[in-house]
Design a protein around this ligand. Structure first.
Ligand code: ADP
Ligand code: MG
Length: 204
């Protein structure tokens, strides 16, 4: 596959909704350890709402803006506005590209990362979803083709999520725990890695 079109992106988000449904308890368990235990329920609810609204989306940009607004309206918590911002900024950047090939998708993902960082003020190493997203953006460039790039991005996100385990959190509820957050994987980094894994599986 050379580029991502609105059909494949719709399929991605449909499968993401299924994955977050299936992983709801796992993500809630991660959040119970260093937060309030609702991350899986938040995302399952938000993406289930997204899945009911995607029919008829004509462009990737329009699709992502709808996804972002829906997530802001339904996810709640800290992650709702952040996941919402991710998709809204991805949607804005997608509008600048006629086709979402490897280079365009790298820019779309980078715009999403910049939006989440501007909104949440977290940086790499703060034990948040940024620790999965930032390495994924980096991994997009330099790969041989789109499917390889998506696989590399997913692998980098997964590793980044695992690497949150020894960290102290500097943002979100987990930051109240100080060094008691050490030894636990960040739920938002984990869900972000799942989201990118679903896309890599679909395209790979
Ligand atoms: P809440 O913490 O309000 O219950 P969730 O449980 O849905 O919200 O989401 C928690 C996740 O949100 C964390 O695991 C972390 O990855 C992410 N998060 C929290 N604050 C920030 C932030 N400022 N920037 C980026 N991600 C954040
Ligand atoms: Mg929570």
């Amino acid at each position: 596959m050379e580029a991502l079109d609105v059909g494949i992106l719709t399929e991605w988000l449909t499968r993401a909704a299924q994955r977050f449904g299936a992983e709801q308890a796992h993500l809630c368990d991660l959040d119970a350890a260093i937060g309030d235990g609702d991350h899986g329920a938040n995302l399952a609810r938000g993406f289930a709402a997204v899945a009911t609204k995607m029919a008829g989306a004509e462009t990737a940009s329009g699709l992502f803006k709808m996804v972002g607004m829906t997530l802001i309206g339904t996810v709640g918590g800290a992650s709702g506005p952040l996941y919402g911002t991710l998709f809204i900024e991805m949607g804005k950047e997608a509008a600048n590209h006629a086709t979402l090939d490897q280079s365009a998708w790298a820019q779309v993902l980078a715009a999403g990362l910049a939006g989440v960082m501007a909104r949440g003020k977290a940086r790499p190493g703060d034990k948040t979803m940024i620790d999965a997203l930032a390495p994924a953006v980096k991994a997009m460039t330099g790969a041989a083709d789109l499917s390889t790039a998506l696989a590399s991005a997913a692998a980098a996100a997964r590793l980044g999520a695992a690497e949150t385990i020894p960290l102290i959190a500097h943002k979100g509820r987990a930051s109240y725990l100080g060094d008691r957050a050490v030894g636990h994987q960040d739920p938002g980094a984990t869900s972000l890695a799942m989201l990118l894994a679903v896309l890599a599986e679909l395209v790979g």
